[in-house]
Design a protein around this ligand. Structure first.
Ligand SMILES: NC(=O)CC[C@H](N)C(=O)O
Length: 304
């Protein structure tokens, strides 16, 4: 089956799941997003691109930004990053506090909130403005100069920051946060509030399909080993305490966000982005996971 027909088939098959689940409302600005959206984009290493549905509508990438923050930190700092954040799945919710005290303020991995807050702190230690650097890279990788931080979402996250503030304060008490808590939180919320479409997200993901060198960018951004590390972490930790289920059903490295987006990588071949805002109980897009499962089932392509 050709990709355009495949996308049509997936689009129709997932309709019963679109709007099922719950749009994230603990960030009030996200609660206003209509639940019935669905978009999907495939961006291939050879330059072909296929989209369906609401694939050109920007949405809040939320935790998908944790991939890009980590990529930037690895680019700037290399393996030093792992001195302050682990590489193991947490088995807990993305915003859980419980492991941190047992594990001396070292988060399990960079794809839960605590881990991304440490990565943000790393970035603040080596860059005057990590958000500007992140946006610059994303704009180049997507050829979309319009990619921006949605300030309404960032402000909404800031106003309801108690849990992320608790995580950051606790890690600071353990010596694992070096900048001020407010600065770390503000920067982390800016990254979560970046607005991108599925088309943008799939384009940005080509860096990871391309083992650290996106065919869309002039420079290699990560070494081959670093790209392997990021993909491995996406597979094992990218969907929080549902990572086992996601690997079982989809069989690809993937990173979700509570905005309803998921980025999935097929090394050497393509990057896939899906978006549908209604979430399952673990905070992953219900229709998005369904669509990816159908993609790997119908094509027979996965990393396994
Ligand atoms: N899982 C997510 O997408 C969570 C990101 C969100 N900004 C938070 O910190 O709670």
């Amino acid at each position: 089956m050709e990709y355009p027909e495949l996308l049509e088939e997936i689009f129709h098959a997932v309709q019963p799941y679109v709007g099922k689940g719950k749009v994230a409302d603990y960030i009030p600005a996200l609660a206003q997003i209509p639940a019935d959206k669905f978009g999907m984009s495939l961006c291939l290493m050879d330059g072909r691109e296929y989209v369906i549905g609401d694939a050109d509508e920007p949405f809040s990438i939320q935790s998908v930004s944790k991939v890009f923050s980590l990529v930037l930190a690895l680019n700037r700092l290399g393996s030093q990053v792992w001195e302050r954040v682990g590489k193991e799945p947490s088995g807990n919710a993305f915003n859980s506090l419980v492991q941190l005290e047992y594990e001396n303020g070292i988060p399990r991995n960079p794809f839960i909130n605590a881990g991304a807050l440490v990565v943000t702190d790393w970035l603040l230690g080596c860059s005057v403005d990590p958000t500007i650097e992140l946006l610059a890279w994303l704009r180049e990788a997507t050829s979309n100069p319009g990619i921006h931080v949605d300030l309404e979402v960032a402000d909404s996250e800031w106003e309801h920051r108690d849990r992320n503030a608790a995580l950051t304060h606790f890690m600071k008490s353990c010596g694992n946060i070096h900048s001020s808590v407010d600065r770390v939180l503000r920067t982390y919320f800016e990254h979560c509030s970046i607005a991108m479409s599925c088309r943008d997200l799939a384009r940005a993901g080509l860096l990871l399909a391309g083992h650290g060198k996106s065919p869309r960018c002039s420079d290699r951004f990560l070494t081959r080993s670093q790209a392997k590390e990021v993909n491995a972490l996406m597979l094992t930790c990218g969907t929080y305490d549902a990572a086992g289920d996601f690997a079982f059903r989809v069989g690809l490295p993937g990173k979700s966000g509570v905005g309803g987006g998921i980025l999935a990588i097929i090394p050497n071949l393509m990057s896939i982005a899906v978006w549908s805002p209604a979430l399952d109980a673990k905070g992953n897009s219900m229709a998005g996971v369904e669509a990816l499962e159908r993609f790997t089932t119908l094509t027979g392509i996965s990393v396994f």
